[in-house]
Design a protein around this ligand. Structure first.
Ligand SMILES: [Zn+2]
Ligand SMILES: [Zn+2]
Length: 145
């Protein structure tokens, strides 16, 4: 199935061929900074399933997990679009749930990096919580070229 989304100003758009492989909230400190204080809410897709149009700003740094992570954003309106793990390879791309045209696509299934959440954070007690990174997901098989 095809899904779509975009940034606040509409300059960046994307389409996704395929269905989500998961969804979760992340309370790492990096996410708190880019999400203005709260957790980020991310829907996971195989990276090769996502096609962007428009100009995307990219910011790369080493995350709390030790992984090298790239965050993409719209340089015009500042909307955070995704994060992708550059190293190690094979992890799903995290699309920011709020940028999806249909934010109902998949509700969060887990809350991660809860150990760095502020004391006032409210968390759905029905969801599994991980104090740091979740157990390593199986790498997404890459399509043969
Ligand atoms: Zn924009
Ligand atoms: Zn995070």
């Amino acid at each position: 199935m095809t899904h779509a989304g975009g940034c606040l100003c509409g300059q960046v758009r994307y389409t996704i061929e395929g269905d989500p492989v998961g969804a979760r909230m992340c309370w790492c400190r990096d996410c708190q900074r880019i999400a203005s204080g709260s957790a980020t809410v991310n829907v996971l897709f195989p990276e090769e399933a996502v096609q962007f149009t428009g100009e995307i700003g990219k910011f790369r740094m080493t995350a709390d997990s030790g992984n090298s992570v790239e965050r993409g954003f719209c340089p015009k309106c500042g909307s955070q679009m995704y994060s992708a793990t550059v190293q190690p390879k094979g992890l799903p791309m995290r699309i920011r749930a709020g940028t999806l045209d249909d934010p109902e696509l998949m509700a969060p299934q887990a809350i991660i990096w809860t150990s760095s959440a502020p004391s006032w954070a409210t968390m759905d007690q029905k969801l599994p919580q991980y104090p740091k990174a979740p157990p390593a997901p199986a790498p997404v098989p890459s399509k043969p070229d």
